[in-house]
Design a protein. Sequence first.
Length: 95
Amino acid sequence: MLNARVAFRLPFKTLKTDVTLDILNLLNLLNDHWGIVRFSNFNQIDLVNPFTTAGQITKLDLTSISPAVAGTFQPFAIDDLRSRWQLQLGIRVAF
């Protein structure tokens, strides 16, 4: 993720006026495939579930443990909000 800031002062004689423009996640603004924030998603991993659907504890059978299926398992999830580009305009006036 790359952020950028552009700032300049307006030429008023009595007031000091600063204008800023912040660009958050500049890479994603340039290309939709850049600047994507990924994180480990541990909620999808369920290696051992010793409970039945009725909530009773069952005997653990190591032969019944099935590995994660390659087509459905995704080790990383995308943080949608932080993967978007954002603009922020600011004005500061000093008397």
